[in-house]
Design a protein around this ligand. Structure first.
Ligand SMILES: [Zn+2]
Length: 403
């Protein structure tokens, strides 16, 4: 141990380090200021300031697609109504509340994928100035969409390549961390068509180039396979929802497209919002059966994609219908294990090490010396049973204990 700078030493029985379960037991983590100063196995509890027997440490979780200004109301219409009737102050208060809720579920990094730009920048500033304990928030601000397209009510409107480039520049100028581009219609906007596309591959490419010049990237909303194809051709980094939908209730995997995704290192960002929890939360199964009509097809195409070796991460899309920020990530991971045939370790990687890689966050996602001290302690071993994630015993965000 490099004790000199260590401000707190945490003992836990076991560790998942963001890549794998570390063999052996008796883990001692040294935290110095905002960073991890030491990691060691084979330690005794007496060596630590804080002892968590029967517990595991893991990196702070990353939910890479949420909407902190959305209310997670009962229906899509209710969520939109809650959004439109709230002023900037009310939305900021809601976003703050949701961010604090996330900490209680062990989430130390959130990527907000769309909401009013100024509200989200204000939230990010509060966290960065230390006025809120965390989690760290990455923001896209207003998503770029067509004038009556998906999420237009919080969108930055753009029609055609020139417009797309101008809006991308404006957002980057405002200081967003990445830009969200709405390539297809979406469920929350009845005026849009989720089977249709809003932008051509060429228009998407303009946004990609523009973001890359500023060292940023594009996250694209894609809810059908043609939109996915366009976003892949355009070189989009994270493919949100990454849907293989080819018809109303039909999804079909395409190996040629997957090959391109693998070659270009693109990331499928898969959505585990409330309707996907049907096997872990039976109440869900009593909801509108319409929601489940295409789930089998959806999961089948996603399983094929994962088996083909495409990089993927898991997110909640929290803030949308019935999907509160925070605990939804734990339900989502448990559902992903059952529905996508993933191991619990693969699920954990998708919200720690792999999520950090996907978002280009080199300072977190793994419990290593020099990384940000984003740490979660849970009772039990979540790689044996993911429901251990419900038993949070401590959360540190940038070295500060928040829970
Ligand atoms: Zn979303």
């Amino acid at each position: 141990m490099q004790d000199r700078n260590t401000t707190v030493r945490i003992y836990a029985e076991w560790m998942f380090d963001g890549d794998d379960v570390v063999p052996g037991s008796g883990i001692l983590l040294g935290v110095s200021g905002s960073h991890i100063a030491a990691v060691r196995a084979g330690a005794n509890p007496e060596e630590a300031d804080l002892q968590f027997s029967g517990c595991s440490v893991l990196p702070g979780l990353i939910d890479s697609h949420v909407h902190l200004c959305f209310s997670a109301g009962r229906t899509h219409a209710e969520v939109v109504e809650d959004l439109l009737k709230s002023d900037g102050d009310q939305l900021l208060q809601r976003a703050i509340k949701h961010a604090q809720q996330a900490l209680k579920a062990g989430i130390t990094t959130l990527r907000d994928c769309g909401g009013p730009t100024q509200v989200l920048l204000a939230l990010r500033t509060l966290v960065n100035q230390g006025k809120l304990p965390g989690p760290e928030v990455l923001v896209s601000g207003s998503p770029i969409t067509t004038p009556k397209g998906h999420l237009y009510y919080v969108g930055a409107p753009a029609t055609g390549a020139e417009d797309v480039e101008r809006r991308t520049d404006d957002l980057l100028e405002a200081g967003v961390d990445f830009v969200k581009l709405i390539v297809t219609g979406g469920n929350m906007t009845p005026e849009s068509n989720r089977l249709g596309c809003q932008y051509s591959a060429e228009e998407i490419k303009r946004a990609v180039r523009c973001a890359e010049r500023a060292n940023r990237y594009i996250a694209a909303h894609v809810l059908n396979r043609e939109g996915l194809r366009r976003a892949v051709l355009a070189g989009v980094r994270t493919l949100e929802h990454c849907s293989w939908r080819t018809g109303l209730v039909h999804h079909e995997f395409d190996e040629g497209l997957a090959r391109l995704m693998r070659q270009q290192g693109q990331i499928a960002s898969l959505t585990m919002s409330a309707p996907t929890w049907r096997k872990v939360w039976p109440e869900m199964g009593k909801l509108d059966p319409e929601l489940f009509r295409d789930l089998e097809d959806r999961f089948a195409s996603e399983r094929q994609m994962i088996e083909s070796g495409v990089r993927f991460i898991l997110h909640t899309d929290a803030g949308v219908r019935q999907t509160p920020v925070g605990i939804s990530l734990i339900y989502g991971l448990r559902a992903a294990q059952l529905e996508l045939g993933l191991s619990s370790v693969e699920c954990l990687r998708a919200v720690t090490g792999h999520a950090a890689d996907a978002l280009g966050l080199v300072d977190r996602g793994r419990l290593r010396v020099g990384q940000r001290a984003d740490i979660v302690v849970v009772k039990g071993r979540p790689w044996q049973d993911l429901s251990a994630l419900h038993e949070i015993r401590g959360v540190w965000c940038g070295g500060k204990r928040c829970v």
